[in-house]
Every structure is written in structure tokens, then in C-alpha cells.
Design a protein around this ligand. Sequence first.
Ligand SMILES: [Ca+2]
Ligand SMILES: [Ca+2]
Ligand SMILES: [Ca+2]
Ligand SMILES: [Ca+2]
Length: 562
Amino acid sequence: MFFYHRFFASNIRKKAASLCFLAILFFLNTSHAGVTMFVNSAEDGPPIEDGKCTLREATASANQSKFVNDDCFNGSKDWEGPDNIIITFSDDVVSLTHLGAGEDNGETGDLDIHVDLNISVKEERLVMINGLYNDRVLDLHGPIIVNLSKLIIANGQPPHEGQALYGGGIRIMHADSLLTLSDSKVILNRLTGSGYMEVAGGGIGGRGYVTFYRSEVNDNLVFSPLYYSQKLGGYEATGAMGGGVALLGEDPLSPSWSFLHAYDSRFSGNIVRQLGPVSWKFLRNSEKMYYTRATEGGGIYGDRAHIHLERVEIANNLVENMDETYGNVRGGAISINRHHSSVTSINSTISSNTIALHSNAGQGRAQGGGIYSPNMSSFIANSTIVFNEIFMLKTEENSQTIEPTAGMKLMEETGMINSILALNFVGENDENRREASGNDPVGFNTGGSNIFGARTGPENAVDIHLFEVGKPSKSAVQAAYKKLSLQPLADNGGNNTLTENPRTHALGSYFDDNKLMYSIAVDRGTNIDSINIDQRGFKRPAYGWSFNKQTDIGAYELNAKP
Ligand SMILES: [Ca+2]
Ligand SMILES: [Ca+2]
Ligand SMILES: [Ca+2]
Ligand SMILES: [Ca+2]
């Protein structure tokens, strides 16, 4: 398996480079311990010496490398090195009630961070930092290392700033930042554009190196309204990307790479919503120019980015264009741009993500209900990519919409092994809805043991093909549902304690002529030494129906034990 070795070699190089980077930063920071502060009050307000150490006082002290008053003083004044903020109050929520968005020193609104900082909770429980939809919650400035643990970052919403807007919950300003979230949630944050520049990252937005352990990025929103452009002489909606997370490498002054690594985590229920032209009929009649930029990445968007997922759920995210679009609408779960960007998905479930076009697609392109990722090398192993959908309410005769692919749009050097890419659909209603998973892209490089849905190319001997070439019949689709016997997305186990386990589709069974049949995914994978657990962290391969311990195809291993 040529691609397999090449993939791991390049991945190790990438990892080595990033570990080197981490090692250098670690070395710079280990000579001093930093200051530890215990936050004993869930109140918010200007710093007042009252015996109560608040989160804002502790953050301000860390930023200034001096105590703003004596409330958070705990014996040490060694400000060299990363500081630690540990929450000890018993409340479950600290609300950022000291309102005042648009300042970046942590005095009002969001908590701005300018130094290496760890924020955690003393006990094994989650504490919410509530942005009250007044400002974002956390704002990271400069090349800093920030570790967040046992926190819920919720209800952030920055005001319009008359410029590109990133990060509804957390913004990361510098390309050399490292943000790690462990046992944490980023939920219910919003990003609403002012109409002049792009909006990206409903939960987290910006650039840098972001890592998730046992965390959730759920129910965040990016919304792009419409504005009248004098320059274009028409209405324009801007780019809207990354309902959950958007990492951008494109900075004209300092182009850089961003990295998103996620382990045992969920990205679910995030939305990218683009208004599109409000009254397109009027605009069309007046023959004025109008233009909508890309709407992409319901769960994750990356530009000049590497996305690495292990034991991750990306489900029920939505990319929605409310009216006619002349831009690209793509990546219900993940959308990646730029040459040499990549997606790696191991033991992950990418399910039930949707691209919805509420009017006709114009000259736009709807692609990748699950993953959209052109011109890059990607690697998909033991992943389940199913039930993703491109929903198009209308299509016009003259529409230049290219053939939509509801599962995955990947090109060039995509390696795929032991994965399910099937039962992804394109269409508007029962009449024209069809299976269009989109395998066989250009340069597609199968490692074998995949289960594919509708295909455009020839059958091969190493994968399981559920359908013949062309549009599968309804009865063929029903038979495929039965053959796969995927159970509804559910928490079927895992190791997360403070957050929800990433959900999986359990593999079921069915009766055929009174004979018990297992899902076609059971025991039909290729055993790979380095993939010895499933998405839940349960040991694979496990015995299914065969006499050998054979790995199952997809993210879930039947009969596997913790
Ligand atoms: Ca105080
Ligand atoms: Ca700020
Ligand atoms: Ca602030
Ligand atoms: Ca098995």
C-alpha cells in the first residue's frame, strides 16, 4: 500500500516539525513556574480590592505581570513563565457582566489574553464563561500558549467591527498561537457579519495551532447578511465560513499554516447561514450585478490548514444559502481550501451534515455535503461518512451547478481505507433525490476495504460497491440501507467524563430468508496494526461473524470491548 507509507511519512514529518516548535516554546517557558491564582468569586466588574479574586482580576494580573490588587495574590510574584488560573468558586457560571466590547486589554467585555496562560477548574466539573451575547468570550493576542480545561465557552457574540470578523466564542489573532481545549465545550456562540468583510468561525476563529481533547464545539452560528456595494453597483453577501471552527492561513502580510487536531471530540449542530440577495428578482430585472462569495464549512473551515481528526464526530452541521448564490456552497461538515492543505480522518464519523440551497444555485457550485477538499493530499481510515445531504430547492435550466457530490469531494492523492462512503444524497424531493456519495474522484487512491455508494468510475476488486454505475434505483438504495444496517447516531460508549462521547453508528444485523446477517461492514476490513481501537477507544479487531479477528469497516467495531 504505497499511499499508506507515503502518508505516514509525510504526517510524521509534519508532526516532528510541530513537536519541535512545541519543544522550543516549552523550553523557553520552563525556567520559571509563573504565578498561580485561585479565582474564588464568580462576580464580574472592575478590579476592586474586596477580598474576592475574580476571573477578570486574575486575567488582568497575568496580562500585566503584576497584581492589579492583592485579591488574587497567592505568595508568588514570579511572573516569568505561564501563569495558572484555577477556579475554586462553587458557582457553575461566571457571566461577563462588565460590558464593553471592542477593547483588547481585558478591562471590559471579553477576557483578552496577552500571555501564556492556563485556565482550569479545581474540581472535576465544568464551569461556564458566559459572554451574554455582548462580546466574544476569550480573545487571544500575540504568539501565546493558552490551555483551557473544564470550561464551557458560551454565548459569545462580538459586535460589528467594520472589518473581517473572526471567532464568536474565541478569537486567535496570531499565527504562532497554540490553543488547547481539554474536557471543554464551545457552544452557542454567534458571529454576525456587518456586511463588508468575511465572517469566519462561529465558535472559534482565527489562525494558529488548535487542539481539542475530549471537547465539544456545538451549536455555534456564522451569519452573513447582505449589503449594498457601491463598487459593485449591486448587493453583495460576504464569505461565511466555519460554523464551529475556522482557521485561516491567508494573511497578506504573513501567510502561514494553521493546524486543527481533534481527539475524542464532537463538532455538532453548527451553522453557516448566508442570506444571499434578499430581492433577487428586482436585482435581476434591473440587471444589476450581484455577487455572493463562498459559504463553506458547517463544522470546520480551513484555509491553508491541516485538519487531523481521531475519534471525532462531525454531525448535523449545516451550510445554508437562503437565496440565489453565485458563489461556492460547500463542505457541510468540513471545507478546506488551498493547495497542500489536508484532512486526516481516522476512526471518525461524519454524518448527517447538510448543504441547503433555498433558491436556485445560479452559477454557484454545491459540493461536498460531508467533506469538500480540493487539490490536496488527504487520508481517510476507518471512518464512516454517511447520510450527508445536498438539498437544492430549485435548479434552473441554465444553472451551471456542477455535478454535486453529497458525501465527499476530494481530489488528488486521497488515500482511503476501511471506510464507508455511502448513502449520501443530493436532491430536492423524493422525485429527484439520489444517492451521490462522490467516490472515484480524480486521483483517488484506494487502500481497499472501503464500502462505496454510487460511483462514476469502474468497479474494483478491493472495495465493496453497493451500486452499479449511474443513478441507483430506490429499491437498490433500500437494499443498501439493509446491507449496511447502520443504527442511529448515538453515544455507544467512550472515555469522556465531563463531555459527551463522540457519537457513532453502531453496526446492526438483519434477517434475510430467516438467516441472521450482520452489516456488510462487519469483519470486512483490513487489519492495520496502528489502528487497534475504534472511535469509542474500544479494542479492534474484535470477532464478528468470521473465525478470524477481523477489523470492521468504518468507525465502529462490533463486539469491541473497552
Ligand atoms: Ca476583587
Ligand atoms: Ca477583545
Ligand atoms: Ca475586552
Ligand atoms: Ca470485527
